[in-house]
Design a protein around this ligand. Structure first.
Ligand SMILES: *Cc1c(COP(=O)(O)O)cnc(C)c1O
Length: 432
């Protein structure tokens, strides 16, 4: 927030773009609370706490949240003009630098908000589940910062694939519990965390990592992430004298997406583009039960997943399909109910960018601007490369995270392809 901003935190959190879904978690036909009976008391307690502390700033909760986001997280993050990209695309390109937030991605905004809320609720223990480990790492950081014991469930296969993140969580004092059922990935880890929560609701809070799950998670996570658009909107006006014509963000579950869109939703002149992972192709192999992409907004059908009605990748029998993306953070078969609604309303433009184009975006931002993005974020830049001619004269792109975590994957993926704008990687062949 700029120094001249005299609005109180209460006024800020009462912005019209954030009213949607607050009362009952309904976004048109989407959202809701599809949970087992045993979890209803926990969900209701959380909805009550959300209203008191987040919406009404009881006990100064939002003030403390903002102060910790500044001091621990490093907010506000800059809105930076991308000089070379602006020239290349003949349009003003501005980058919202969430990669500079503590932890290297937007995820801390939500993790810090929820762990702090758990503290205000008198909870004594944090649990979360994680796939690639990014949300687990952000939650472990927030839990260490706020001195809360924390357990992270993670599929065994993911643990073996993501050793640095497992180490990060442990370094921050969290317990990492391997989940060995099923395929040992995120899906099983979610079930295990739900089971834990059902037994421990009295003293435990479950930190969900995106704008998914039963009400109040989608509205609560959006409100914690909305600080991105709150800052970006103000910074854009300050730096350029007006609103952007377009706002672009990648979408997995959609938390950085809704966080970047939230305060622009009511600005009708601003086009909002949600960039999903198009994977290797948008064609689906029903027989195999596999979608070689994660484009649930673009190609999905209505169904219920993880406690909410939303758009999903499912086969004709309603079975959830396995998804795919070059970036683990976008590799999810569902999407937040609010985004599903905004797409149906025509307010958000859903677009898909495939693995190849995302990798090109990864190299493009790196070699033109000196910023190595996460592979998730790279999809937004793949979109810019392919569709800049359809955009207006002033574009804000959310840089949801930095790419340090993806360097091994980027080396491997670049090696397997003919990426026009990639550097010579031949030094890696043989032995590395
Ligand atoms: C986790 C992650 C995403 C995807 O999550 P959303 O909830 O869709 O924002 C995107 N970018 C980065 C850098 C991530 O770590």
């Amino acid at each position: 927030m700029s120094e001249t901003d005299t609005r109180t935190t209460e006024e800020m959190s009462r912005r019209p773009g954030r009213e949607r879904g607050r009362d009952d978690g309904k976004f048109g036909r989407y959202g809701g609370q599809y949970v087992p009976e045993a979890l209803m008391p926990a969900i209701e307690e959380l909805a009550d706490a959300y209203e008191r502390y987040v919406l009404n700033n009881e006990d100064g909760f939002m003030d403390e949240f903002r102060e910790r986001l500044a001091d621990f997280g490093g907010r506000p993050t800059p809105l930076q003009r991308a000089d070379r990209l602006s020239e290349r695309y003949d349009t003003e390109v501005y980058l919202k630098r969430e990669d500079l937030l503590h932890g290297g991605a937007h995820k801390l905004n939500n993790a810090l908000g929820q762990v702090l809320l758990a503290k205000y609720m008198g909870k004594e223990r944090i649990i979360a589940e994680t796939g690639a480990g990014q949300h687990g790492t952000a939650t472990a950081m927030a839990a260490a910062h706020l001195d809360m014991p924390c357990t992270i469930y993670m599929g065994e296969r993911d643990i073996n694939r993501q050793r640095p993140n497992v180490f990060r969580m442990k370094l921050n004092g969290s317990e990492v519990k391997p989940v060995t059922t099923g395929r040992g990935t995120l899906k099983e880890a979610i079930s295990e965390t739900m089971r834990d929560w059902a037994e421990t609701v009295e003293d435990t809070h479950y930190v969900i990592g995106s704008i998914v799950g039963p009400h109040p998670f989608p509205v609560m996570v959006r409100d914690f992430q909305a600080v991105i658009s709150e800052e970006a909107r103000e910074q854009a006006i300050e730096k350029t004298g007006g609103l952007p014509t377009d706002v672009v963000a990648c979408a997995g579950g959609g938390s950085n997406t809704m966080g970047t869109f939230a305060d622009f939703v009511d600005d009708e002149s601003v086009a909002l583009h949600a960039v999903e992972a198009g994977g290797s192709t948008l064609e689906v192999d029903e027989e195999e039960g596999v979608a070689p992409n994660s484009a649930s907004l673009y190609t999905g059908d209505e169904g219920v997943l993880h406690g909410a009605r939303t758009k999903l990748l499912q086969d004709s029998d309603g079975q959830i399909m396995e998804s795919h993306s070059i970036s683990s953070g976008l590799d999810y078969a569902g999407v937040g109910p609010e985004l599903a609604y905004l797409v149906d309303e025509g307010r958000v433009d859903p677009v898909a960018v495939d693995d190849d184009a995302a990798l090109e975006g990864f190299h493009r931002l790196s070699n033109t601007e000196g910023i190595i993005p996460a592979l998730e974020t790279a999809h937004a830049f793949g979109y810019l490369e392919e569709h800049h001619e359809e955009l207006g004269e002033r574009v804000v792109v959310n840089v949801s995270g930095r790419g340090d975590k993806d360097l091994d994957a980027a080396i491997e993926e670049t090696d397997q392809r003919d990426v026009a704008n990639a550097p010579d990687m031949s030094m890696f062949t043989g032995g590395m």
